[in-house]
Design a binder for this molecule. Structure first.
Ligand code: PRP
Length: 199
């Protein structure tokens, strides 16, 4: 599998794994600088589409933590923030049954909603959550994901805003976890086998 991935127009160069993470991280897939640049560009795209209207940002717990914090700091729009808790992986790596652990507190009826997730994988999570939000009759719903791993898609779904398209590797860092570890890494990395049960 190539160590590179593509944004819309360019190939990204890889960076060295910091020594502290050598045992667990096979390689850096997206470094801090690349993340920062892309998040800024996404914010500009979103601002353009929402034309100054107030947006209700709905973020899915917990993988969005870093992406969300960076994205909303770049967004020059009036916004309100809410969270939904949904879990699909349990302690493993396969998407399974979805469990809702936190519901919305804000009323999104008639509002412009931006649904934010860290990764679009099989598409079960985003598909199910988007359907749930649509049933609440927002004025419009747009979806934004940092990572799009289309190789494993089982649902026919695409996100309106995508940070990076990535290959079928198990990614950690910048909010993404393996068994709740590694969320704090400032970059997106590939988990090193044999720690990774499905690389
Ligand atoms: C992960 C990730 C996405 C979802 C994507 O969530 O954060 O929400 O899986 O997978 P899918 O497209 O196959 O549905 P997870 O349940 O691991 O929770 P987390 O965000 O707390 O890590």
């Amino acid at each position: 599998m190539s160590a590179q991935l593509k944004t819309k127009n360019s190939k990204l160069k890889t960076s060295a794994v910091p020594p502290r993470w050598h045992h667990e991280v096979e390689r850096v897939l997206i470094n801090e600088e690349q993340l920062a640049r892309r998040v800024k560009a996404l914010a500009r795209e979103i601002e353009k589409d929402f034309c100054g209207r107030e947006v209700v940002v709905v973020a899915l717990l917990s993988g969005t933590v870093m992406f969300l914090a960076d994205l909303i700091r770049q967004l020059n729009l009036p916004l309100r923030l809410d969270f939904m808790g949904v879990s699909s992986y349990g302690g493993g790596t396969e998407s399974g049954r979805l469990v809702f652990t936190k519901e919305l507190r804000l009323d999104v009826r008639g509002r412009d909603v931006l649904l934010v997730d860290d990764i679009l994988d099989t598409g079960k999570t985003l598909g199910r959550v988007a359907a749930k939000i649509r049933a609440l009759r927002p004025r419009r719903l747009k979806t934004c994901v940092l990572l799009d791993k289309s190789a494993r898609r089982v649902e026919k779904i695409r996100a309106d805003y995508v940070g990076f398209k990535i290959p079928d590797v198990f990614v950690i860092g910048y909010g993404l976890d393996f068994d709740e570890h590694y969320r704090q890494l400032p970059f997106v990395g590939v988990l090193r086998p044999p720690i990774c049960p499905k690389a």
